[in-house]
Design a binder for this molecule. Structure first.
Ligand SMILES: [Zn+2]
Length: 137
């Protein structure tokens, strides 16, 4: 899934949280849903070191130590998890349990660069966010 798709997927997933949590919390999860693909920028192996639950836990603890805010750290954790879930829908297998297990998974529903899927998710996520943010106001 590309950035557009991850934004849409996480917006769709986390918008209902606006009923109970602040927009800052929800937007943190949405922004951090983009972080795992930093491996592409850093030019390290794609979907290995930043696309697993251990990375999500490591970031949770790092941000908890840095910010001292367990709720914000948890939303950051959720953002990373949503990225992993969204990438699991695509055709390319990867190991979400790395480094504990190297077993690779993929639901192979579509290619990660599928424009129809990515833009549909962005539209769906935007509508969902507007709806729940509207309820909040
Ligand atoms: Zn990814």
């Amino acid at each position: 899934m590309n950035r557009i798709g991850h934004l849409g997927f996480s917006l769709f997933l986390f918008s209902p949280f606006l009923v109970l949590f602040s927009a800052k919390d929800v937007v943190s999860a949405v922004i951090f849903s983009l972080l795992p693909d930093i491996d592409l920028i850093l030019k390290i192996k794609h979907r290995i070191y930043t696309h697993n639950f251990a990375f999500a836990f490591a970031l949770f603890f790092t941000f908890f130590i840095l910010l001292g805010d367990i709720k914000m750290s948890f939303f950051i954790f959720l953002g990373i998890i949503s990225h992993i879930l969204a990438d699991l829908l695509t055709k390319t297998p990867f190991a979400p349990f790395y480094p504990i297990s190297g077993k690779k998974f993929a639901l192979k529903l579509f290619r990660s660069d599928n424009k129809i899927v990515n833009y549909s998710l962005l539209l769906l996520g935007t509508i969902s966010f507007a709806y729940f943010y509207g309820i909040k106001i």
